[in-house]
Design a protein around this ligand. Sequence first.
Ligand code: COI
Length: 345
Amino acid sequence: MSLKKVDIHWEELGFDAIETRSMFKATCSIDGQWSGGSLVPYGSIELSPAAGVLNYGQGVFEGTKAFHTSKDNIVLFRIDRNARRMAWSTKRLCIPEMDPQFFKEAVITTLKDNFDYVPPYKKGSMYIRPIVWGTAPALGVRAVSEYTFMVFLSPVGSYFKGGVKPLNLKVELDYHRAAPRGIGNAKAIGNYSASLYPLMKAKKEGFDEVIYLDSKNEDRIEELGSANLFIVKDGVIRTPKLSGSILDGVTRNSVCKIASEILKLQVEENDINIKELVEADEVFCTGTAVVVAPVGKITYKDTVHEINQNQPGPIASECKNLLTAIQRQEIKDPFGWIEPVIESN
Ligand code: COI
């Protein structure tokens, strides 16, 4: 492995923001187009107390990862999908719609300048966080006149403490994540602030995360605060369909493709009810941050349901292994998902 690295204790990485060399910054007026921008040293930013983002939550973000691979390259994974989702999220929040090519170039510029912070092969990954928000002041409720876009990144390890241990989840009965025709399918900062209180309560009760129900039909499951959800029954893989209040996850889509096209399994995107969830052979969740995480216990109305004897299931494990092998260039990428950014030779 020839790419040089900064001095970090890679074995101790969790999922925290570690300061790197630089971040990307650009601005855009409400009637303008995203262009230009440059790298600036990593650091704090100044903001008006009346900024649109602080008062009315006008902000959206993305999450993607770069990997140091077995071929000694640094690569991005399905960045075009994040770029397209960012275009949709900005449009939905009345932020100037972000051009996917501009987004991608900003991510690549930031990654190249911080390449030595990317964890070595198999020691973690570089989590990349593009984020855009309303900077100009607003007192009345409206879309503000100016926006800032930044890309910062951080080397990361496992999202959940405890690494590969199956998750202990609770079906959330008191709160919903998103409403029909709301902003659940945009990567809006408000979706995540709404999830903090239920998450904090669940953690105090000893759970890792919560499963949200469909707010219109509480018999149906939707997703976690930080990830999409899958079940497996009799060899068929299912995930809740994109109803409008579910995030169109990049890992969700990747797992569907790996399962159907490599593992040749039946994959269904449809409605899943609670009974099907707790009686599943396997349950697992997916996300850029969480990757593919098996679920071992689900509490619904005070009953604890053990899934696959609280062990990682075989299909979740196969999907995870294939996904990470593609990301680390250990096997051929049959889908064209990998985009080399720095090639060692
Ligand atoms: C991701 O998986 O990248 C996410 O954005 C979820 C989370 C860390 C908020």
